[in-house]
Design a protein around this ligand. Sequence first.
Ligand SMILES: [Zn+2]
Length: 293
Amino acid sequence: MKGMNSRITRLGNGIAAAVLLISSPLAIADRFKDIEITASPLAENIYMLTGSGGNMAAVANPDGVLLIDSQYAELAEKIRAKLKTLSQGELTTLINTHMHGDHVGGNAALAANANIIAHKNVQLRLSNNANFDPAGLPKTVIEQSTTLKHGDTTLILEPMPASHTDGDILIWFPEQNIVHMGDLLFQGRFPFVDTSNGGNVQQYIENTRYVLSKIDDNTQVIPGHGELTNKAGLAAELSMLEQTLALVQAMREQGLTEEQMIEQGLGEAFKSWHWNFITEARWIRTLYQATQS
Ligand SMILES: [Zn+2]
């Protein structure tokens, strides 16, 4: 039996080595090789863009482009090429919804010569990150609701109480009835609440309620991840958040441990919200932590 155990251990090590190989730089480059950037028109000169990482949006005026979020440096050439099909103008402004790598990774490669705008805490956290290219740091920081004009287009940048991170902003297009929620919305998925960067589940739910109270049935809602959605989509997300939090609270009151909650699960109704990054187990752990008094 002992011999068999050590063979199993060696096999285990082999799997660990294979996993390391998969995350080598070569594999990372390959990961982006087949990614295509798509642009969907939402209103005149306003587009939602997808590739890999956080959903982007652009205001592509003939004399200058404003971009929201920058995905990854590896995609900068593809993003630039896609923007050129929308406008011959230069990228003049980049807004970051928050500080995560899949939203700011392309900052330096895309926008070193542009004005980069973000929440004050995004600049703080990125400037403390030795791996972040300083050419991509925010140049303009906001601490309160700020109205910005890009050509004829009005944008309102609204910092939110810490929920996904402590540097989240909403970006409103009041005239076109569009909102980019960044990672305050993971459409149709369990959300990532980054408690190590100031995130907070209760406030995440509060912020979702707040956006719902501000929009109508015609609002186009751009999530940080997932498909373009609307008020009904956001309402479904809120309902999931409230119900799964209540479920974990109830299991806690029944005296279940964290591992027992994961064993029991959230039930069939929430299976479709599970995804590779925030699995059901990880979401339960987040809620468990949030219900600790
Ligand atoms: Zn994020």
